[in-house]
Design a protein around this ligand. Structure first.
Ligand code: C2O
Length: 547
């Protein structure tokens, strides 16, 4: 592979959306940010310089970072933030991955405007395992607030309430025609009849899973989270924050008389209010030579599932299967060394005396895994681990099981208070790990898009109700399970994942709904070095920021 150099200058840029102008944090003044393109096997160097007042870190979401954990980016997990005026060069090699991923800021809520696509092409002269597309187009979903989002999250954490919901969703940074004052800010996908387009769908929204559809067109899913899948046809795609999905769009053979709406709106089952608006773009056929005027209207609209259609969501997720063939085998652990049962969900905690909390029962919202609401340390876990200075930074007693066993999908227990801590799980190198993630019904059954850094995991099982450790494992798919980096824990159900701990370092796992991360639905895995030199994490680069 070759080395590709990128320069990311973090600076403010004035942007107008929904008739309102505000100054946002951007990369190189672009919104959405620039695309990173590389081939499998290439090394990518991104020189990030911070010219704004906010502390910054960048994350290359879904990039495995094999023995390059120093470049992963979550603030206070693998690095201290890049402070104003500082520069840090992220350096990583892309190994065993090809497809669509994305980069985003990984500190506070700054990823609301700091995000962009990562396109990993196969090695030179290696074709896709599907028809070569005529064109490839990234379709990146975002979420837009009129207010300053750093203020939104700050206030939410201070008052203990749920944060103000967004004012719009966006497609490639544009909200589209269904919002007032926004018709001119509509993304147009111009196509030619009879061609195949590869749409690289990326959900970079902060807090909402999305249904996506194009009127009168069928899509073929061919890849999820930069792993090829068995192709399947669908009219609607479900995509959670943190997920990426490649779909083929075959255009009609003849010029249609109309244009078609491309739209997305939320899948949401949680208790909190959510932004229930629809973002749209337009699929427009180029002008036929005989009649060089496409009829403007009617614009055909797609139909999308109801906002809480968990049945659709579940069936869609079940269709995602890895290729599991000779070229792309599913190398999943068939046996397990370490088993974990994690409950994920919301909870509450008491406010301090001088804080007047306005959450439920005059307390504040928190979220937890096994009732541990994770608190970020003031220095980076990876440095503390590498230099054996964990004292006062983190403890290694993250519970493998919840403190009390109860009926997670039934009535919540009377005590729904969470505990706080900076706790990690230590895994020996190459351990074969299984984690069952169980949604709790505390404060409401809700789908949580759980994201794991540093690995792709296999989704070996999912179901509704309580996980049954006697019966359910017998039904696990150990043949062609989906392999991904983000999975929706079903609302009122569970999902089982497996991965091999072959990547030494400290790896964040969290709900990719940013508000849940802020409330503590996060934890860290520490994977120890192996014995051989190539199984060890190298020392940090000299320019790694200091806290
Ligand atoms: Cu997309 Cu921890 O990140």
């Amino acid at each position: 592979g070759i080395t590709r150099h990128y320069k990311f200058d973090i600076k403010l840029q004035t942007v107008t959306r929904l008739c309102q102008t505000k100054s946002i944090v951007t990369v190189n003044g672009q919104f959405p940010g620039p695309q990173i393109t590389a081939r499998e096997g290439d090394t990518v160097l991104v020189k990030v310089t911070n010219h704004v007042q906010n502390n910054i870190t960048m994350h290359w979401h879904g990039i495995r970072q094999l023995r390059s954990g120093w470049a992963d980016g979550p603030a206070y997990i693998t690095q201290c933030p890049i402070q104003t005026g500082q520069t840090y060069v992220y350096k990583f090699t892309i190994t065993g991955q090809r497809g669509t991923l994305f980069w985003h800021a990984h500190i506070s809520w700054l990823r609301v405007t700091l995000y962009g696509p990562i396109v990993i092409l196969p090695k030179r002269n290696i074709p896709y395992p599907f028809p070569q597309p005529h064109k490839e187009v990234p379709i990146i979903f975002g979420e837009w607030w009129k207010a300053n989002t750093e203020t939104v999250i700050k206030q939410a954490l201070q008052t203990g309430r749920a944060p103000t919901v967004s004012d719009a969703f966006t497609i490639n940074g544009l909200p589209g025609p269904f919002y007032s004052c926004s018709a001119k800010d509509t993304f147009k996908l111009k196509v030619t009849p009879g061609k195949t387009y590869l749409l690289r769908l990326i959900n970079a929204a902060l807090n909402d899973e999305l249904f996506f559809s194009i009127a009168n067109h069928t899509l073929t899913v061919v890849e999820a989270d930069a792993i090829y899948t068995k192709p399947f046809k669908t009219n609607i795609v479900l995509i959670t924050p943190g997920q990426t999905t490649n779909v083929l769009l075959k255009t009609k053979h003849q010029h249609p008389k109309t244009s078609f709406l491309i739209s997305a709106r939320p899948y949401a089952t949680g208790p909190a209010p959510f932004d229930n608006t629809t973002t749209a773009a337009i699929l427009e056929y180029d002008h036929p030579s005989s009649n060089n005027k496409t009829t403007k209207l009617p614009l055909l609209k797609p139909s999308l599932p109801k906002f809480n259609d968990t049945i659709f969501a579940t069936n869609f997720n079940k269709k995602i299967r890895s290729l599991a063939n000779a070229k792309f085998p599913a190398n999943l652990p068939k046996t397990v060394d370490k088993k974990f049962f994690f409950t994920v969900g919301l909870g509450l905690s008491q406010c301090s005396q001088n804080q007047k909390c306005q959450g439920p029962k005059n307390m504040k919202f928190r979220a937890s895994i096994n009732n541990v609401s994770f608190v970020l340390p003031s220095t980076a876990l990876l440095q503390a681990h590498f230099f054996k200075q964990s004292a006062g930074v983190y403890t290694t007693d993250f519970p493998a099981n919840p403190p009390v066993i109860f009926n997670y999908t039934g009535n919540p227990p009377s005590n729904i208070m969470v505990n706080s801590g900076t706790k990690a799980v230590v895994l020996p190198f190459n351990a074969k790990v299984e984690v069952v993630l169980q949604d709790t019904s505390i404060i409401g059954a809700e789908s949580h898009p759980l994201h794991l850094h540093g690995f792709n995991f296999f989704v070996v099982g999912q179901g509704f109700g309580n996980f049954d450790s006697k019966r359910d494992p017998a039904k696990f798919n150990l043949v062609d399970p989906a392999q991904r980096n983000t999975v929706g824990v079903p609302s009122g159900g569970w999902v089982a994942i497996r991965f091999r701990a072959d990547n030494p370092g400290v790896w964040f796992m969290h709900c990719h709904l940013e508000i849940h991360t802020s409330w503590g639905l996060k934890m860290a895995w520490i994977v120890m070095d192996g014995k051989r030199p190539h199984q060890k994490l190298p020392p940090p680069p000299a320019d790694l920021p200091k806290c």
